[in-house]
Design a binder for this molecule. Structure first.
Ligand code: SAH
Length: 456
């Protein structure tokens, strides 16, 4: 028999915050997860779901509020999950992120004593995102743009996304209105029918160049009048492309791109360099914080002009090219061939000639380089959320770098990978969290590891 029943109303005290930002209350040891409730707060809560190991509750009335609570800017951001921490003061968000990292260092990496520094915060905690990927769906017979309510198939129409560049929000609305005007069909997920699946907009913060990508289910061309209208209204759109994704999947972009205006890229400036960014290439979404993140990563590596550096998971080359002037040589690899084309072009455009880029999986390319006799002094890794493959770590250990800098967007997989590196003879010197995503629960980290007995 569970200690709570569905629809029961209880008065609870919140004791913790999960890594997803949900408040946790306990009834006879049974955890109840509650949205928009902070540690030490007391609330009247309605139990809306029960399962064997946990329940879910909804705040009916907040009875005692935390000193860390701030007013909610936009309740839709809580519903759809774009701003799950918006009710927490920014200083407390930074502390929460530092604690998340400390937790995984203790529980997963088994390094309870390692130094986890204070999270480096952002000056701008809203309007920071330089990229939007917005679903297009029909709601009550009308084409809408917004996000899905958490754990549902209901699209909540949104015009002001709060954390996105304001110009991007404006352009999404302009594109939405043009789609309505020219009666383009919205995608329908359940039946895998309709035309436009997503609107993707990316804007170079420093160049103010905009790329608009309409992701469609079929190769059917977009109406010329629609494209013309958007281009006439938005002079800053220098690149307009259609991306075809015919698969019934939640991966946003497909393989094929059709260019309608400009080329399939925009430029932006970062770390004093100019970068070309194509629609399919990864580019960090918060430019202000990216510079801080890269500066931390480069500082950690203490690169000299004697050093050979590997920039693994290089994307369009942003980290490697930013440090190339300090290094002897930089090798970079990345699985998306488009991104490697951009990396090579970015090296050329910025007059950097001490770099080699190769397309392929990090696991395979690393092995190939080792077989060819490439040794590195500094290894930088910046993998996606799933972290590093065991075979990559095996090869990396054989390369015997004196410093490894691990840049991570997922502390849990990073902590898991640190176990293999410490067993392989590396010491974790410190962990530096950086807040790339204010108002969300995501945290980016830079970790410096050194080869035991190597003094740097
Ligand atoms: N360092 C870059 C990119 C980091 S994002 C930056 O800061 O912008 C991670 C990158 O890893 C993405 O570009 C993704 O395409 C790439 N990637 C994902 N899996 C990979 C793999 N198995 N091997 C190599 N690259 C991979």
């Amino acid at each position: 028999m569970l200690p709570v029943q569905k629809n029961e109303i209880l008065t609870v005290t919140c004791v913790d915050l999960t890594h997803e930002g949900m408040g946790v209350a306990k009834v006879e040891g049974y955890p109840i997860f509650i949205e928009n409730l902070l540690p030490d707060e007391v609330a009247k809560v309605k139990v809306i779901k029960v399962s064997r190991s946990f329940g879910v509750g909804k705040v009916v009335e907040l009875l005692e509020s935390s000193s860390n609570r701030v007013p909610v800017t936009d309740v839709k951001g809580t519903w759809v999950g774009t701003m799950p921490l918006q009710h927490l003061s920014y200083d407390a968000q930074l502390l929460f992120k530092q604690q998340q990292v400390s937790n995984v260092m203790r529980k997963i990496a088994k390094l309870p004593d390692v130094l986890v520094r204070q999270t480096i915060g952002a000056d701008d905690t809203t309007a920071y995102r330089n990229k939007a990927q917005i679903p297009v769906r029909n709601v009550d017979g009308q084409l809408e743009t917004g996000f899905y309510r958490k754990n549902s198939h209901t699209l909540v129409p949104i015009e002001d996304f709060v954390i996105q560049d304001k110009r991007i929000d404006e352009i999404v609305v302009i594109v939405r209105d043009a789609l309505r005007k020219f009666q383009v069909l919205a995608y329908h997920e359940e039946t895998h029918s309709g035309d436009v699946r997503h609107i993707m907009v990316r804007r170079g913060k420093n160049t103010e160049q905009v790329q608009v990508v309409l992701v469609t289910r079929t190769k059917k061309r977009l109406p010329k009048m629609l494209v013309d209208e958007i281009l006439q209204t938005c002079e800053d759109v220098v690149s307009f492309v259609q991306n075809v994704n015919s698969k019934p999947t939640n991966v946003i972009l497909g393989d094929e791109t059709i260019v309608y205006h400009g080329d399939d890229f925009i430029c932006d400036e970062l770390m004093g360099l100019t970068f070309k960014i194509s629609s399919k290439s990864f580019y960090q979404v918060n430019p202000e914080q990216t510079e801080k993140l890269y500066t931390e990563a480069i500082r950690a590596a203490k690169i000299t002009n004697e050093d050979v550096v590997i920039d693994a998971y290089s994307g369009i080359g942003t980290i490697g090219l930013s440090l190339a002037k300090h290094a002897k040589w930089v090798y970079g690899m990345e699985i998306v061939s488009d991104a490697i084309d951009m990396a090579k072009e970015n090296a050329r455009m910025n007059g950097i000639d001490n770099v080699t880029y190769e397309v392929g999986s990090a696991e395979n390319v690393m092995k190939k380089w080792l077989d060819e006799g490439v040794m590195c002094d500094v290894l930088m890794v910046d993998p996606p959320r799933k972290g590093l493959a065991p075979s990559f770590i095996d090869t990396a250990l054989k390369m015997d770098a004196s410093r490894i800098v691990y840049v991570s967007c997922n502390p849990a997989t990073m902590a898991r990978d640190l176990v293999a590196f410490t067993e392989g003879g590396y010491t974790v010197e410190y962990v530096q969290p950086v807040d790339m995503f204010p108002m969300t629960v995501h945290v980016e980290t830079v970790v410096l590891m050194t080869r035991k007995n190597v003094d740097i």
